[in-house]
Design a protein around this ligand. Sequence first.
Ligand code: C2O
Ligand code: CU
Ligand code: CU
Length: 460
Amino acid sequence: DSSSTGNFSGMGHMMGGEQSVVLDESGQPMTALQLPELLEPDSESASEITYTVTAQAGETAFLEGKTTQTLGYNGSYLGPVLVVREGQEVHIKTENQLAEATSFHWHGVKLPSDMDGGPHHPVGPNETMQVDFTVNQEAATLWFHPHALGTTAEQVYAGLAGLIFVEDDNSDQLDLPKDYGVNDFPLIIQDRTFDADNQFDYAGTYHPDGTYGDTLLINGTINPYVEVTNEQIRLRLVNGSNARNYTFGLENGAVFHQIASDGGFLEQPVALTSVTLTPGERAEIIVDLSEYAEGDTAKLMDGNATVLSLNVTEEADAQTALPQTLNEIPELVTDGAAVQRFTLSGMSFMVNINGSQFDMDRIDVEQHLNETVIWEVRNAQDMMGSMIHPFHIHGVQFQVLSRDGAEPPQNEQGWKDTIAVYPGETVRLAVTFSEKGVFMYHCHILEHEDNGMMGQVSVQ
Ligand code: C2O
Ligand code: CU
Ligand code: CU
């Protein structure tokens, strides 16, 4: 149901609010889940790794019949997984083979801002940009996507998004499912609308408060299944949608465990029956299939829509238990910390932060390197309607101190780079930058970002 109430004639598309596009049970045949390839490094040693990432146009077969014009990294749709290690020097040669400018943004990576690929670092057609940084964070599932000024939403929708897995000694040692494509699956969840010609209908379905689609694509697969043994299965959920929020759960309502949030492992597995992810957020969950027999199917759902069928085709030789301790997360010290306030308000083309829309030439906030500041982010109720804004900060992993004064839920008591702020809510974050430069913060509804719901913090 749309929460929109206003209709200002003569002002264009002013109706605000979250859209209500129902996900189709597509009637498409079940298809094996596409698995992003683990990108072959150009060269690799313990201390250094080099990759090439190319943005390119292509055609992808999602539906019977005609193929869809898409964009992708090193392929026609989405991108590969870049695996890197804490402490490793990473070199990525990025290359733009598109007919338009793009940029390469590393979402969740703590790196100097001139490597961050935000709107200050467009890469023109047939241009390259060299990205170098040292991995300065723990094991996590991160992602990358374009971030050029005003075109982020459209380029992501067309298919530009890839994954980064950070590994470290802790992730090596933890007894968790880590056999890629066997018991460890990334799931990039997106919604798209196809026109009668099997093309993505971005223009026809565009909405300034976030474009929704009626068809779920999981790693670019419609109606996907995986074949698994009845063991613990790790799903790395990535909300890569422009605007849609998902509440994931199992069809039978069974408990699963969340083991990681955006920026790394939680301290302990958190038992849940559902987890909500807004655009940009990630969660790693463990689904225990030990009670399932060969021939059974477990289903990951978003409401009534099936996200993934887990078809048990084999019984496991032995079952493993989930580790009870996953991580040690040092609490950021906020005694006496300064407070920086951000108010998210407006709808549609009027969305803003603290009353201002994005201006590349304006620094909105300053913060010292390695200083912990409390960011108090308020989602102002709006007369014209209100919606959840997923608030994201570049170059940092933060901690959630409170939601409306209350302790955050257990699965938000870990490293985060994107946080859902509900209408009328105030969220307090502990934010410590370990890299210098000018970093973006913005709403991760990509149309809101493009419409100016973004600001810049200068860290010196
Ligand atoms: Cu994934 Cu500035 O964003
Ligand atoms: Cu980002
Ligand atoms: Cu928003």
